[in-house]
Design a protein around this ligand. Structure first.
Ligand code: COD
Ligand code: ATP
Length: 276
């Protein structure tokens, strides 16, 4: 099973790319770590108790749920607190992800996409067979975040703090096997309404009709998903997948070998980039 890590930066377009992948007729399963991150802090979860013990009861809303903007304001912009937040949440998120991956493997899935904003920061790229980076400029990230979240009380300073809590997108490029360029604008009808059902001037593939994304991103996602389905869909790729699925030790050795060789190649790319 090919585990694809889909990453990017805040507001670079990961969710938009994920929506496109999920809508593709190949029905590739997708695990969204932002959603798992919400599940592990639901009321009654040990992770929520650990966060309250660390950051205080003022991160809770009146109904006992996590007040997300309040916690965000406490941690983003303060590297030490961001590190503590990661330490308290990431273990539980990873465990949920691992169980979901086992479930998909048992079901005989050939490709699973893991959407994670912090794939590089948290070192999870090492466990992926392919890393896909959704890219746009930092200025676009900032303005798209404000456009999306101002109503939720996000200020320009909050947006800058959130951007600074992550690695710059440029420094994530060496980790990526594929870069999806999301710098093109949305079609006028969808960007002005914020909705997206009116897709008359959409040049993208027909299955992506109605999704609020640029035609350029739709085409890139179409090519990417086709490359995955071609890899395992027929011939020797399909036989290799079948062998790995029915003989789990073979699958494990092959997965470890892929991870090892990708890791070495990526570390060399990162070293070369840091010398430039
Ligand atoms: C601090 C929290 C409550 C703020 O919630 P809020 O609803 O305002 O933001 P949301 O969860 O939608 O995240 C939006 C984006 O912020 C960025 N972000 C989230 N957590 C982090 C982090 N620990 N470090 C850097 N950036 C982060 C990501 O790009 C993410 O896509 C929340 O982000 C959280 O629980 N973070 C810790 C868990 C985590 O690391 N999640 C990322 C997926 S592993
Ligand atoms: N090409 C584009 N042009 C303008 N806006 C866009 C474009 N692509 C996406 N957006 C908008 O930018 C915002 C961020 O996109 P999206 O939610 O896909 O990013 P994300 O990387 O998942 O963000 P986060 O990490 O914060 O969850 C959304 O409001 C989305 O509609």
């Amino acid at each position: 099973m090919l585990v694809v890590g889909l990453t990017g930066g805040i507001a670079s377009g990961k969710s938009t790319a994920s929506r496109l992948i999920s809508a593709h007729p190949s029905r590739i399963p997708l695990i969204d770590l932002d959603i798992l991150a919400r599940q592990v802090v639901e009321p009654g979860q040990p992770t929520l108790r650990a966060l309250v013990a660390e950051f205080g009861t003022d991160i809770l809303a009146d109904d006992g749920t996590l007040n997300r903007p309040a916690l965000g304001r406490k941690v983003f912009g303060n590297p030490q607190r961001t590190k503590t937040l990661n330490r308290l949440t990431h273990g539980a998120i990873r465990r949920r992800m691992a169980w979901l991956l086992v479930g998909y493997w048992l079901r005989g899935e050939k490709v699973v996409v893991v959407d994670s904003p912090l794939l590089v920061e948290a070192g999870m790229w090492k466990f992926c067979g392919q890393v896909v980076l959704v890219w746009c400029s930092e200025e676009d990230q900032h303005s798209r975040m404000l456009q999306r979240d101002t109503e939720r009380g996000l200020t320009p300073e909050d947006a800058t703090n959130r951007l600074n809590s992550q690695l710059k997108l440029a420094s994530k490029i060496p980790y990526a096997d594929v870069v999806l360029d999301n710098s093109s604008a949305l079609p006028p009808s969808s960007s002005s309404s914020g909705g997206g059902d009116d897709d008359d001037n959409n040049d993208g593939p027909s299955w992506a009709k109605g999704i609020n994304a640029s035609p350029q991103l739709k085409q890139q996602v179409d090519r990417l998903v086709s490359s995955w389905t071609n890899r395992y869909g027929a011939g020797s790729g399909r036989i290799l997948w079948l062998l790995q699925w029915v003989l789990p030790p073979l699958g494990l050795v092959s997965g470890l070998w892929t991870a090892y060789s990708r890791r070495k190649a990526t570390e060399d790319k990162v070293k070369r980039q840091s010398k430039l």
